[in-house]
Design a protein around this ligand. Structure first.
Ligand code: SAH
Ligand code: AVI
Length: 328
């Protein structure tokens, strides 16, 4: 018998916060809250990863182009910052490695003994690892398919030398500041005193530019957002009708974040297994936050998690930052 999920019956989860359970449990818990929410890590099934790569090619979506340009422009200095003087870096650990395009720059500049890409998307991880193995036969590549918001065992001991964590793409912005702090503390422990971290972080900027980046004219971001409902249908046997929801993204200047929602266009009910969720017309599911940080704001966060800010590199238009941090 279908039962209406009651608010408060399950753990409270905001977009960007991650539940302790699997996909089904997180979806049921997220849709049971007064403000319905789904964790953004579930965007990245095979189709979601492809859609994200298409977003990166959009003219409106400046973060990828800006980060690639600044990394290319300052690669020598970035490698000197993250490397060990005169010798090779030990393990290069990359969180949310995706298609591995940015990884190639770092691998070529640092020439680490081992490369450990971590991603929740098995498809993206496998594809990237196969390509990188062909390009760099000398490199020991150890992909880890997992969720970086939970404790993960990484094969870091296999390489001697300085450990470097790379976290590009402003994926850290998809975590709440509290979760970002916990993540930085975790990586601080992983690299050890003197270890380095390179974090790509999107900067606060003109809201119109931000709005365009998350509301592209071709509707690729909308398809990426709506794919989450299609994924719930495919994997959990849900009966969402994605056409009855609309992509809605806006910049919240008070909280310094883009919020993405899926807004129900009509009053409707959706079934997932034995659960039934009611939507009012205009009610939303909060699917993602994308926090934007000033340079000082991010440095303060990193400092509170045990890093000293070493260097910050910007692209020529000042849209995006790469922070070089050292664990103290
Ligand atoms: N680093 C790439 C991709 C960024 S997209 C770039 O800069 O373009 C975000 C990536 O993080 C995706 O590949 C996604 O699958 C991964 N990801 C998101 N949440 C994750 C989580 N909780 N654990 C592991 N990987 C995650
Ligand atoms: C992966 N992450 C940093 C992207 C972002 O900009 O927050 C995901 C994304 N969502 C909509 N467009 C891109």
């Amino acid at each position: 018998m279908a039962r209406d999920a009651r608010p408060g019956g399950a753990a409270r989860l905001g977009a960007g916060e991650v539940g302790p359970n699997g996909f089904r449990e997180d979806v049921i818990a997220g849709l049971s809250q007064p403000q319905k929410a789904l964790p953004p890590k579930y965007f990245y099934d095979a189709r979601g990863s492809r859609l994200f790569e298409a977003i990166c090619r959009l003219k409106e979506y400046y973060p990828t182009r800006s980060e690639l340009a600044l990394t290319r422009a300052h690669l020598g200095e970035i490698a000197r910052f993250a490397g060990t003087r005169g010798s090779r870096a030990g393990a290069l650990i990359e969180y949310g490695s995706g298609d591995g395009v940015k990884s190639r720059l770092l691998i070529e500049a640092l020439r680490p003994a081992a490369y450990i890409p971590v991603d929740i998307s098995g498809d993206a991880l496998r594809g990237a690892a196969a390509k990188l193995r062909r390009l760099y036969p000398w490199l020991d590549i150890r992909p880890v398919h997992g969720d970086f918001s939970r404790p993960l065992k990484l094969p870091v001991a296999l390489a001697k030398g300085r450990r470097v964590v790379y976290f590009p793409g402003s994926t850290i912005g998809n975590l709440t500041p509290e979760a970002a702090h916990a993540f930085l503390r975790m990586t601080r422990g992983q690299v050890g005193r003197g270890g380095a971290m390179l974090v790509g972080v999107d900067l606060k900027k003109d809201a119109a530019l931000l709005h365009a980046a998350y509301n592209d004219a071709r509707g690729v971001t909308a398809a990426f957002n709506l794919n989450l409902l299609a994924r719930i249908n495919r994997e959990l046997g849900g009966d969402f009708k994605p056409r009855r929801f609309r992509h809605y993204a806006f910049y919240n200047p008070t909280l310094g974040r883009i919020e993405m929602h899926l807004v129900s266009l009509v009053r409707q009910a959706v079934n997932i297994g034995n659960y039934r969720f009611s939507f009012e017309a205009g009610e939303s599911i909060h699917t993602e936050n994308s926090y934007k940080y000033s340079i000082e704001g991010f440095r303060a966060l990193a400092k509170s998690a045990g890093f000293k800010g070493g260097k910050t590199w910007l692209d020529s238009k000042g849209l995006f930052a790469l922070h070089g941090l050292v664990a103290v």
